[in-house]
Write a protein that binds this ligand. Structure first.
Ligand code: SAM
Length: 285
């Protein structure tokens, strides 16, 4: 197929993989104090946000990621009232969190305000819940914010950050997890985007080990499709402070209230069903 049209391509040398989307046009580009942000209009995926050359969010497939970063964790906690989102500047995860009536307060801690301002313009549907009185948009470093968070003040922490490089690197280590553990209430949960089970299993194993070393009783992988990310197969890690089986709010009433495109009781359960090669790799982590 001749590449006669212009295409956006994210090529990753380390994994020898690439992903491309056929373009309409580049809509915006800027260098912020933290990263380079580009916005494109694509032919079939709507708008695309790219940060430092990595695909972040597209109009067409972001629902897969945002729903799976929010609902499995929220429906695994008996009564999630206070939520902190670290990163998440496109506001899609915040929108999903606020679909839960139990949530009384959701604070989003995004280091780069320009990500949110550009999302408001190019992904207004992701920012539709921002005016909700339960939501607080805080612009600052999530590492520092968590270090200063009041002990026991959070029921759920969602780390919706970029890959573990640059400003996000410190979000994937034991020190940060110690601060999360302290900030979480007794039966609190941490869920963090944990890259691709196919391409980044070593990183996932290191994350699980660091979470356990920090004192989390359990770390469980959940996985789901995410076409615009490397390999198209993505994951999140759900860590719980205390031992024991996770609560379940998968009751028909909770699920009926959730207007979702991907998430339901079946995909919730399927997300935690691990392939053998993943189970083996994570067994001793
Ligand atoms: N879904 C995307 C992914 O998995 O790569 C992440 C979406 S969101 C755009 C990622 C956000 O994390 C970015 O807006 C970035 O500015 C933010 N971020 C990175 N490091 C951060 C930090 N230390 N504190 C707060 N936000 C951070």
């Amino acid at each position: 197929m001749a590449l006669h049209q212009s295409w956006f391509t994210e090529a990753v040398d380390r994994t020898g993989t690439a992903f491309s989307l056929k373009l309409g046009e580049k809509l915006h580009e800027e260098q912020t104090p933290y990263q380079k942000i580009e916005i494109y209009r694509t032919e079939t995926f709507g708008h695309l946000m790219v940060i430092d050359g990595c695909t972040m969010v597209s109009t067409r497939d972001n629902f897969l990621y945002h729903e799976m970063m929010a609902h499995p964790a929220l429906n695994s906690h008996p009564n999630p009232k206070t939520v902190a989102i670290i990163g998440g500047g496109d506001c899609g995860t915040l929108r999903e969190v606020l679909k839960h009536a139990t949530v009384k307060r959701a604070v989003q801690v995004e280091i780069d305000e320009r990500v949110t301002r550009l999302a408001e313009h190019y992904f207004p549907e992701l920012c539709s819940a921002n005016p909700d009185p339960r939501a607080t948009l805080h612009f600052g470093d999530g590492i520092r914010w968590m270090r200063e968070a009041k002990p026991g003040s959070l029921d759920l922490i969602i780390v919706d950050s970029t890959d573990p490089v640059g400003p996000a690197e410190g979000l994937f280590g034991r020190k940060f997890y110690l601060d999360c553990l302290r900030a979480l209430h007794r039966n609190g949960l941490l869920v963090q985007q944990s890259e691709s089970p196919l391409l980044h299993l070593d990183l996932i194993r290191d994350m699980h080990r660091a979470m356990r070393e920090a004192g989390f009783a359990q770390a469980r992988l959940l996985h789901f499709p995410q076409p615009i990310y490397p390999s198209g197969w993505w994951s999140a890690t759900l860590a719980q402070k205390t031992r024991g089986t996770l609560a379940s709010r998968l009751n028909p009433a909770t699920l009926a209230r959730l207007k979702t495109g991907y998430y339901n009781a079946q995909t919730h359960r399927a997300a935690f069903a691990l392939p053998n090669f993943v189970k083996t790799a994570l067994k001793n982590s």
